[in-house]
Write a protein that binds this ligand. Structure first.
Ligand SMILES: [Zn+2]
Length: 1045
């Protein structure tokens, strides 16, 4: 090892230059991480393949400015130098972390070379040499070292934006090329248009930035040390900026978990009013605010608002003044990729004389307009694009950004669906070839068969157990099956839950595992789904289909046949062959003693069929018996029955949605759910015992009492009292709150209870005290997810934990020890955030389809645009209603923007007239020339549904009251009612036609089709979440905090 000195020129916090001399040690052996290494480097971990045409070495400036181009997974053989890495570090931790993640991610073909520690590639900085020139020289030396180290077997390309370096270095060594980034992308990756576009737009943004600078629009942010000191002393308040959805221009709140404890005054957050006070902070940023003097405090606006156009500051009702402040500094930017729309031509021209600079409008109203420089402003009008914000100097009214890619024309189905995904940071590219190569094969030529070694290692249930599945009709991913039998001459019962053994096929840390982990869940949209795992697993080898051998993870209980007390629990890996693939209606019919055709028995002779049928029916009856007992146990603990999933999709044989029908309360549904809940509960206890500080469980915190006030008040208006003190009391009082005349009342109350609930969360047992493990909704002290590993990553983690626990029990070392508490908690947070994103995306896509459905019709003439609605909340200038037929919730105004009010005639018809509105606790009254009219909670009214199109944002439905009487056409909901099913189908059909009319897309090859995501409509699987899902409405908390419920 050689010792030398390294001279660093650092800037002190006051801006003075400081010269620092550090001891620096050089080594001969620094790993090269190349498969071509001839020198025996210790290349642990990721290695660059040897079969590439070249390795590429970006210089420091390229890494600094074009990291996102280098992040493209298609670029292979990238060598990051320590020099570039350190340069990036000085730019900020966020950028440095991005590079670190890139280097860690096995899907990205890149490595880090510690060039400054390598004896022969290290170059000391010369006197008078600028930092940039020196860095470029270091990177070039590193490239030369690689070429020599790999004995000339690999060409090296250094990319730089320094033209001087190109001319100076390019002819020095054969085999080491030095070219600019643009030339590199054009010559080596001509087909990768994304890279060239991205490069172009980043470069454009950089040039603009240089040209910028004039008048100051905002006060400068305070330096970090000042902010830190101010927060410590209490002068500033630290928190996350949340921009109001409905008053995005004017209202934002700074909230933080810590705020309420500091001072009760700040529990509702700090109001930041107006864009000047917001001082360039963007929704989601971590900011420091300074409170204004009390005299300048303001209240928030409480009236219903019709979007930003309606933002009036003067005459709106405000709540009493609350702590109000202004942003003085930004502690952490939380910028993500945003979808924006390029405004239509006139607007674009009006806003800027320089045609190249466009103010793009973000789809999310909470995000400010972004200034983009582009040569394609004309071509991209009315298109949606993905952009990134680069900077927001104090001299600019708007942030500067650059475009990343084009999604398509606004308003088209595909564009809108991609927008929904992008806005929720959902990345679901087709599975890569490398991932699919990890998968087992099951084809007619090469059928999959159980491995004899696995058969020997597993408990074989194929001959001994009657295993069957019960799922919604048309289900193709069967991840759970059941078995039940009598033991010991009938004294004991044995219940078994058998779950697809996904982790047998998906090795921890494999590419498929990493992909599943980053998705964390299967995403269900109104017309399609994006699977978490490749189809060969989710629809085939991990689907516990009838009549085929499948690996399973099983939980089996022995129960006393009389008392149903559990005497023994067994966990382990099994081999099963399901005998029946039942659907709910069929299973219920069998239980009810009705005539029913079991397809598996169709070909048998009558005698054999009867014997098998009675065996099956007996099993179903025993199962029901046990489940009732389990349910009763939980009911005593206070389990809640909540209104969650409102409809279910009925599918035909081709898996098309034929109808969306209200949930049919079949007991067998409850029975299956109960068994799954019990399995999840027992597995939770098991893994928590084995790993007290690192098990992945799921908890559901009790709700905050104040969130129940709306529920309690609303119920009181209908003459019911709701007791929210405990889950048991709440469950009982909700059961009693039934209006025999109107079943909707109970449904609405349950819906409101659901909204008041906290969210259920995954967590690591080491991160919470044990009294926080409780699952409020299910009334269980331990809970986790074990039963759906095909479509939830949490269940895969739990399967691995269970496997490790069983290995420990046997005295064997676990194959791979489970992650520690910190990593497990990080993973839990990731899965939670992905679940909320999935939920939001699903809601948005439902809303999208509703709008597309109504957009096609004329609200004045089409009878389908008129519907029955029930009032569930009273506001200052209107009411909130629920339309059961379409599952739509929204505001109905009693006073419009012109100040006219709803006037009701003798026959109940409504029209706009001048008048006044008065709000009371349980009703709202309008006064006009036609007299007074009153709208009460739970009244049924008739509304007209139309679409408010905005081009730049999501369309919204507008509801207008046309009669204060119930809608007579409102037929009772029949199962299979065609209206809702038409909604999805018709929208898909119209979109298809529109697409055909437009340029035809190229046909996909067979391979491409296979690699593509499933587009099968699959809403039904959501039902399987049962109550769990109802507890996970991400908007509920947000809604509770804003004026719109
Ligand atoms: Zn080597």
């Amino acid at each position: 090892m050689i010792k030398t000195e390294k001279v660093l020129h650092l800037k002190s916090s006051r801006g003075r230059k400081v010269r620092v001399v550090r001891e620096h040690y050089l080594r001969e052996r620094v790993p090269c991480f190349s498969a071509l290494c001839q020198a025996g480097c210790e290349n642990d971990g990721k290695v660059l393949p040897g079969d590439l045409t070249h390795y590429v070495v970006p210089d420091a400036e390229v890494v600094l400015n074009y990291l996102e181009v280098l992040e493209l997974v298609e670029l292979q053989g990238v060598v990051f130098t320590q020099t570039a890495c350190q340069a990036l570090h000085s730019k900020g931790r966020r950028f440095y972390n991005r590079l670190r993640n890139l280097l860690k991610d096995p899907r990205h073909d890149c490595v880090l070379f510690a060039n400054e520690f390598q004896e022969f590639s290290y170059c000391p900085r010369e006197k008078g040499e600028s930092q940039e020139k020196w860095q470029t020289r270091c990177v070039y030396a590193a490239a030369v070292w690689y070429y020599n180290h790999l004995a000339g077997m690999m060409n090296l390309v250094m990319i730089t934006e320094d033209l001087d370096a190109v001319s100076r270095f390019s002819s020095l060594n054969s085999g080491v090329y030095v070219i600019g980034v643009q030339e590199y992308l054009q010559s080596f990756w001509p087909a990768l248009q994304t890279a060239q576009d991205l490069y172009g737009s980043v470069r454009q943004a950089l040039q603009e930035k240089e040209a910028d600078g004039s008048q100051r629009e905002f006060p400068e942010h305070l330096p970090a040390q000042v902010l830190e000191a101010g927060i410590k002393s209490g002068r500033f308040v630290q928190g996350t900026l949340n921009v109001s959805k409905h008053r995005a221009q004017n209202e934002a709140f700074v909230t933080s978990d810590g705020l309420s404890s500091k001072s009760p005054d700040l529990s509702a957050g700090v109001l930041v009013a107006g864009s000047k006070s917001r001082n360039r902070a963007v929704h989601g940023d971590l900011v420091a605010v300074e409170l204004l003097p009390k005299a300048e405090w303001r209240g928030k606006v409480t009236a219903l608002s019709e979007g930003p156009a309606d933002e009036r500051s003067g005459d709106d009702n405000e709540t009493k003044p609350m702590p109000t402040g202004r942003v003085v500094g930004i502690l952490q930017r939380n910028w993500r990729d945003y979808v924006v729309t390029f405004p239509p031509r006139d607007a674009a021209q009006a806003q800027s004389r320089a045609a190249q600079r466009v103010l793009a409008v973000p789809w999310d109203r909470r995000i400010p307009k972004v200034r983009i420089s582009t040569h394609q402003a004309d071509a991209l009008q009315d298109h949606r694009l993905v952009v990134r914000i680069d900077s927001w100097p104090s001299t600019s009214l708007y942030p500067n950004g650059h475009s990343v890619r084009v999604l398509g024309r606004a308003g088209e189905l595909e564009t809108e669906v991609q927008t929904v995904l992008m806005e929720n940071c959902i990345h679901v590219p087709p599975f890569s070839e490398a991932q699919l190569r990890e998968m087992p094969v099951n084809s007619p030529e090469k059928p999959w068969a159980a491995d004899p070694a696995e058969v020997a290692a597993r408990r074989d249930l194929r001959q001994t157990h009657l295993v069957f599945s019960i799922d919604p009709q048309g289900c193709e991913d069967v991840d759970d099956t059941l078995s039940v039998r009598r033991l010991a001459g009938g004294k004991l019962l044995e219940l078994g839950v058998h779950i697809a053994d996904v982790t047998h096929f998906v090795r921890e840390g494999s590419l498929t595992d990493l992909e599943a982990r980053s998705r964390a869940t299967t995403y269900y949209l109104a017309d399609r789904r994006y699977d978490m795992l490749p189809a060969v697993l989710s629809a085939d080898l991990c689907s516990l289909l009838g009549g085929v051998d499948r690996y399973a993870m099983s939980v089996m209980w022995e129960l006393d046949a009389q008392s149903l007390a559990v005497t023994k629990v067994w966990f382990g890996r099994t081999l099963i062959r399901s005998s029946y693939q039942l659907h709910y209606e069929l299973a219920q019919a069998l239980l009810n003693g009705e005539e029913a055709q079991v397809p598996e028995l169709a070909r048998l002779d009558p005698e054999e069929r009867d014997a098998k049928l009675s065996e099956l029916i007996q099993a179903l009856e025993t199962l029901t018996h046990i489940a009732r007992h389990l349910r009763a146990q939980r009911d005593r603990g206070g389990a809640l029955e909540l209104e969650g999933v409102e409809v279910r999709a009925q599918l035909d044989q081709d898996k098309n949605i034929t109808a969306l029908v209200p949930r049919q309360p079949l007991e067998v549904h409850e029975t299956v759910a109960e068994c799954m809940i019990y399995a999840n509960h027992c597995v939770a206890s098991k893994i928590q015992e084995a790993f007290p500080y690192q098990a992945l469980l799921r908890r559901h915190p009790p709700p905050r009492q104040e969130l129940f006030s709306q529920l309690v008040d609303t119920a009181r208006a209908a003459g019911f009292s709701i007791d929210t003190r405990t889950n048991k009391a709440l469950a009982d009082s909700l059961d009693r709150a039934v209006d025999p005349e109107d079943p909707l009342v109970n449904r609405l109350l349950r819906m409101m209870a659901t909204q008041a609930m906290s969210q259920a969360l995954y967590f690591s047992t080491g991160a919470q005290p044990e009294d926080q493990f409780y699952h409020y909704g299910l009334a269980l002290d331990r809970y986790t997810h074990f039963t759906s590993p095909i479509r939830r990553y949490a269940d895969m983690v739990v399967h691995r934990l269970l496997t490790a626990a069983l290995q420990l029990e046997r005295g064997a070392e676990p194959g791979k020890p489970p992650a520690g508490n910190k990593d497990m908690e990080e993973l839990a947070e990731h899965i939670n955030s992905r679940n909320w994103a999935a939920q939001r995306a699903q809601n948005l896509s439902t809303g999208l389809f509703q709008c597309l459905f109504f957009k096609e019709r004329d609200p004045e003439t089409d009878p389908r645009c008129v519907a029955d609605a029930i009032i569930y909340s009273i506001r200052d200038n209107g009411v909130l209603v629920f339309i059961p037929e379409y599952g739509v919730k929204g505001p109905v105004y009693m006073r419009n923007k012109e100040g006219l009010v709803v006037a009701v005639g003798p026959d109940g018809t409504c029209e706009w007239q001048s008048g006044s509105v008065r709000r009371h606790s349980d009703h709202i009254t309008t006064m006009s020339g036609r007299g007074s009219a009153t709208f009460r909670l739970f009244d049924h009214i008739t509304v007209r549904i139309s679409v408010l199109s905005t081009n730049c944002h999501a369309d919204t439905l507008t509801l207008q009251v046309i009669s204060n009487q119930p809608h007579l056409g409102a037929a009772p909901q029949r199962p299979g009612s065609p209206r809702r099913s038409q909604l999805v189908q018709e929208v898909v059909r119209l979109a298809g036609e529109a697409q055909e009319k437009a340029a035809r897309r190229p046909e996909l090859s067979k391979e491409e089709r296979e690699f593509r995501q499933s587009r099968t409509p699959n809403l039904y699987s959501l039902l399987e979440e049962i109550r769990e899902l109802a507890l996970m409405d991400p908007d509920a908390a947000a809604r509770a905090g804003t004026v719109m419920a």
